[in-house]
Design a protein around this ligand. Structure first.
Ligand SMILES: C[S@@+](CC[C@H](N)C(=O)[O-])C[C@H]1O[C@@H](n2cnc3c(N)ncnc32)[C@H](O)[C@@H]1O
Length: 230
């Protein structure tokens, strides 16, 4: 499978389908992630958030708020997700943990924020299911300050040719069963959006799970277009 081409226009049919899937999964999401990752994910989240600098931070695809226990107190954090089911649970969790976070329903493919609004944009396990990941990264680049950073924890296609090919073959079944893709070329997608990869660290599964830090590219910064043409 090739890197997803940025269309510049949201595929509303695909996006509605993905959103409905996440609304349905929201009821079981916490249980499923506890079952699949156990306590292993804790150290990944500590590492992810140790790279986040403020004061203005945006978390995209916040889900049910798995990151909330790792939010540093000093930051001004806005968190978005396109699934209302996920956001209901995130609101409950923020309340239980006493976290101050501004939660908004929003699609990362079309962020309703001004250009240059954030010092860091952070995400965990989101770009495996964003219908057009390149469009999402372009939007992130737009809302980041010129000196800002994108910090993500993502699983992706293995760089080994054979393993990658197997992942391509199995992917349609995985998507059909669970929704998110397992063969996204996330490093390529970030570059294709015009950003520069600063660091990519293999965290688990032989490099399938990575921590990536990227910055807005010199030539690739795309500031907002007239809303009529977007
Ligand atoms: C696998 S969950 C990860 C949730 C959370 N970040 C975590 O680590 O538990 C993926 C999340 O991304 C959200 N998501 C997927 N596509 C999105 C989009 N286009 N815009 C906003 N959120 C999106 C889903 O609704 C879901 O909550």
């Amino acid at each position: 499978m090739k890197t997803v081409e940025p269309s510049g226009v949201i595929d509303s049919k695909k996006t509605a389908k993905a959103k409905a899937k996440w609304d349905r999964s929201s009821r079981f999401y916490d249980l499923m992630s506890r079952f699949m990752e156990g306590k292993r994910s804790r150290k990944w989240f500590v590492k992810l958030w140790s790279n986040v600098k403020g004061p203005q931070v945006l978390e995209v695809g916040v889900g049910t708020g798995r990151s909330f226990p790792f939010y540093p107190d000093s930051l001004d954090i806005t968190a978005v997700d396109f699934s209302s089911g996920m956001l209901v649970r995130a609101k409950q969790k923020a309340h239980q943990l006493g976290r101050s976070v501004s939660l908004k329903q929003m699609d990362v493919q079309k962020l309703d924020f001004a250009d240059n609004s954030f010092d860091t944009v952070v995400a965990s396990c989101v770009f495996c299911s964003v219908p057009d990941p390149v469009l999402g990264f372009q939007e992130i680049q737009r809302v980041l300050q010129p000196g800002g950073r994108l910090v993500v924890l993502e699983h992706m296609r293995h760089s080994n040719k054979v393993v990658g090919k197997v992942m391509d073959l199995v992917n349609p079944l995985v998507v059909w069963l669970s929704g998110p893709a397992i063969n996204r070329r996330t490093l390529d997608n970030i570059r294709q959006a015009g950003m520069e990869i600063e660091a990519a660290e293999n965290l688990a599964l032989g490099g399938i799970l990575k921590l990536i830090i990227a910055k807005p590219g010199k030539n690739g910064r795309q500031l907002s277009l007239d809303t009529e043409t977007r």
